[in-house]
Design a protein around this ligand. Sequence first.
Ligand SMILES: Cc1cc2nc3c(=O)[nH]c(=O)nc-3n(C[C@H](O)[C@H](O)[C@H](O)COP(=O)(O)O)c2cc1C
Length: 181
Amino acid sequence: MKEAQRTIVVCVTGSIAAYKSAEIVRQLKKKGYVVTVVMTQEAEYFIGKTTLEALSGEKVWTAMFDKEAWQGALGHIELAKADLVLVAPATANVIGKIASGIADDLTTCLVMATKAPVVFAPAMNENMYNSPIVQENCQKLKKHGAYFVGPATGDLACGVHGTGHIAEIEEIVEAVEKFVP
Ligand SMILES: Cc1cc2nc3c(=O)[nH]c(=O)nc-3n(C[C@H](O)[C@H](O)[C@H](O)COP(=O)(O)O)c2cc1C
């Protein structure tokens, strides 16, 4: 266990690579981090809340308007107080929304509200990743201080070999440790 408890919010978005977030959460927990998971609504099509709740040991958050749960507090502001926000996997959609200042769900709101380092682990089809719009959005986020890990080159879910594969879990965990040792 680490001496002081460091808190990581893992935002899971609607990519086929969402199942990898389970192992990311498990590895981060093993390293002694307190891990809270936030899922986009689309992420729920790809991985079950129960799995991430069991692995993190914390409630998984999806809804922006969950007044009862936050007991009057603002959920996205509370979550934004984490030591680091990891968006893994990060879809083209969520990268684009954040790069454009759109904050229409819990994930995008808390990324906008945090002063902590934000690490993106993109995962998508190669053509999506290479599209000038996604590239521009990634550059914009980097310019504003975001850190990117991956994507890697490998066999993609769409059946082609290319760049867009989520980075190796070890690499993602290392990126977190670099910012929050
Ligand atoms: C089977 C399937 C797999 C998908 N995989 C990806 C992916 O790996 N990366 C991506 O950017 N979008 C992917 N999408 C599209 C996203 O799910 C879609 O853009 C969604 O609106 C993303 O929402 P979110 O960013 O709020 O989670 C996939 C869609 C389907 C149906």
